[in-house]
Design a protein around this ligand. Sequence first.
Ligand SMILES: *Cc1c(COP(=O)(O)O)cnc(C)c1O
Length: 392
Amino acid sequence: MRFEEANRIKNLPPYLFARIEKVIAQKKEEGVDVISLGIGDPDMPTPEHIIKEAQKQVAVPENHQYPSSVGLLSYCQAVVDFYAKRFGVVLDPKTEVVSLIGSKEGIAHISWCYLNPGDIVLVPDPGYPVYSGGAILAGAEPYYMPLTLENGFLPDLAAIPEDIAQRAKMMFINYPNNPTGAVADENFYQAVVEFAKKYEILVCHDNAYSEVAYEGYQPLSFLQIPGAKEVGIEFNSVSKAYNMTGWRIGWAAGNAAVVEALGRFKTNIDSGQFQAVQYAASVGLTGSQATVAANNEIYRERRDIVVDGLNAMGWHLAKPKATFYIWAPVPKGFTSASFAEYVIEKAGVVITPGNGYGDQGEGYFRISITMPKERLVEALERMKKTIGKVEF
Ligand SMILES: *Cc1c(COP(=O)(O)O)cnc(C)c1O
């Protein structure tokens, strides 16, 4: 029996990393010590005080029952306290925060709440694939906003055609940015708020890397911008800040009507996150942030090893102010795919081809520094020895 897939699944783009995964498997079989700098997933453990809270809460019988889909009030309050302390943003825990099973869950589902088939959603290119994936599943049409080096990897709002802006119902933005490592300032967010008001567009800001930043730089919250709450929401989670990607807990905060709609959608499809996990995440958000600073110092050292190492081979990269990614152009004569294959072939190092994040990512590759320092040093040494000097 072969069942016909629904159109919404058929229309999902193919998995772009399939080819490189085959090469990795083959190399490993050949006995190559593969160093994977592909996946952006913190390699350091969740801080001890968070684990302790989880262990305690796992034993509490009340937590063994169904949680609420939208989150414990105490969890939403922890998010509110975090926003107050970190960003000076005032939120109502009852109406302006909804818990998510990781922010990815909400990012995928928000499209179902606000997009009808055929609707247009503005999506950054390159960008986190879930923005377009969720929209396509909802039957909507992504309009890709190019993020270019010349524009600091920010979308050029003025370049969006008038008819597209008129038709668009939603926009995704993400700073500090995956995959480019770019950051956004107040002026950019203000322009987004004005644009959203003019065209009545719901802004979904993804702030997954708000706490991963270097040398005193403090990423903003979109909700700090006057008027932001009228036009949008912000997604974030404890995943990247507290090395908790496996725990699956995040939130959306901001516009009360949007938060309510997302919560209503969720009550129909999930039953929220395990309460022990909510209590643990709350401790992360409201407890000591010393581990965040310590992690960032480790990432900073790794960032410098990679950027200095690539620059010694002929690249001209600036050091990103935030995120754990290095976004770099491929040398002359290569495409994203051919360079990624070349690097694994020659050096046994896995990098992510930039076109995996959208057409505008072609000509780039991404390195994730979620690997111990020694492995990064080794990866760069191998690249230097086998690839040598590069030209552009
Ligand atoms: C990691 C990541 C997320 C989602 O993380 P969750 O673990 O689902 O909270 C969202 N957006 C971007 C850009 C990311 O890199």
